[in-house]
Write a protein that binds this ligand. Structure first.
Ligand SMILES: Nc1ncnc2c1ncn2[C@@H]1O[C@H](COP(=O)(O)OP(=O)(O)OP(=O)(O)O)[C@@H](O)[C@H]1O
Length: 349
């Protein structure tokens, strides 16, 4: 079982390059005891709202060349955490070390180490796609020729060249997100922090993002910290994941390691045509443990029991009331719930 917090000590890891037989000791991001509260506010009618403890003692280690995920529902504290890692927000307590630099004492150093794609992109909205990428390169210290060369390469890599002269504010949500991602890649940084980079993107754009991330990791050993509440994405692209809930790390491991925690269980989804037939005793008994979302009941059951339930439902009087049912292997969402995650905010697809 993984422990809460996510510290690994000093670990030998490969840089990710084929020549990178030079395995190196590398923990590039170290977070200890991070606490951040937002102050109490006042509502419109003067009613006081209590302070929000958004990060409540977070420990993390991210290794060089790793694609490391922060997974958790809305409001779990993921963005608050990465804004402290990127020097944009000052912690109340705790430490953040990036490639040996103390980011709490020297927040200005983060900009040289991290390419950050935040959730909001309004700062670039007036620029064209090309100018957003070029300007980012210039701000990161590239001379104009280098900035333009990198701009062109990145736009081509992400198949954005046809949109190069369009202002970001005139693009679709997914196109704008991809353009912002492109800009974040120009003027290479050793660490990429991406806060829900694929929001609003279609599958083609998503694949382009993951291919670009993978290429940088493989060719340059780039370390990637990814914020997501999409469990499918988390399972497919992450090397390790910290599950965040109410400002704390409640588990940290590889996706497979986390799923092993619930390996003997399966997930049974029942979708009723209308009202569930609670007069059938087997159905009434299931109701006790089901998570109900509209007409859908979701159950986590031991494999044997799930098989027996399906046989009973499909062979008995409840069958005509069923619209659909699916049996699936557990996902990271099941892990989140099994670990005591209290919100229903993880996205499954
Ligand atoms: N500027 C702020 N002032 C007050 N409270 C805030 C502020 N920013 C965030 N919070 C609160 O802090 C908590 C953590 O928010 P945060 O944005 O870090 O969560 P998140 O996990 O990134 O969520 P999401 O997945 O929705 O982006 C939430 O309860 C949120 O309402």
């Amino acid at each position: 079982m993984s422990r809460p917090g996510c510290s690994v000590g000093s670990v030998l890891v490969s840089t990710g390059t084929e020549q990178g037989a030079t395995a190196r000791t590398a923990v590039v991001v170290t977070v200890r005891g991070l606490v951040k509260s937002y102050p109490a506010g006042r509502g419109r009618r003067g009613a006081a709202s209590p302070p929000v403890r958004a990060n409540d003692g977070i420990d993390l280690d991210v290794r060089g060349g790793e694609i490391f995920g922060l997974l958790g529902p809305n409001g779990a504290g993921k963005t608050t955490l990465v804004r402290q890692l990127t020097g944009l927000l000052r912690p109340d307590a705790g430490s953040v070390e990036l490639l040996g630099h103390d980011i709490v004492r020297h927040p200005e150093r983060a900009a040289r180490l991290v390419g950050y794609l935040g959730q909001e992109s309004s700062a670039l909205d007036e620029l064209t796609v090309a100018l957003a990428a070029e300007t980012t390169g210039r701000l990161r210290g590239l001379d104009i020729r280098a900035a333009r060369a990198e701009r062109d390469a990145v736009l081509e890599e992400l198949e954005l060249t046809a949109l190069a002269s369009r202002p970001l504010k005139r693009l679709s949500g997914g196109e704008r997100r991809l353009a912002c991602f492109a800009a974040a890649l120009v003027g290479e940084r050793p660490v990429l922090v991406l806060d829900e980079p694929t929001t609003a993107m279609d599958p083609v754009a998503r694949r382009a993002v993951w291919a670009a991330v993978d290429r940088r990791r493989a060719e340059r050993g780039t370390t990637v910290l990814l914020v997501t509440h999409n469990v499918i994405e988390a399972e497919t692209v992450l090397d390790r994941v910290a599950v965040i809930d109410e400002g704390r790390v409640i588990a940290c491991d590889t996706p497979a390691g986390l799923k092993a925690l619930v390996a003997d269980e399966v997930r049974l989804d029942l979708v009723w045509r209308d009202e569930p037939p609670l007069d059938v005793p087997g159905v009434a008994a299931l109701r006790e443990t089901a998570r109900v979302t509209g007409r859908r009941w979701t159950l986590r059951l031991p494999q044997q029991r799930a098989r027996a339930v399906v046989a009973e439902l499909t062979g008995g009087p409840a069958f005509t009331a069923l619209d659909d049912f699916t049996l699936t292997a557990p996902s990271l969402e099941d892990v989140y719930l099994a670990l005591g995650g209290r919100r229903k905010g993880l996205v499954k697809a």
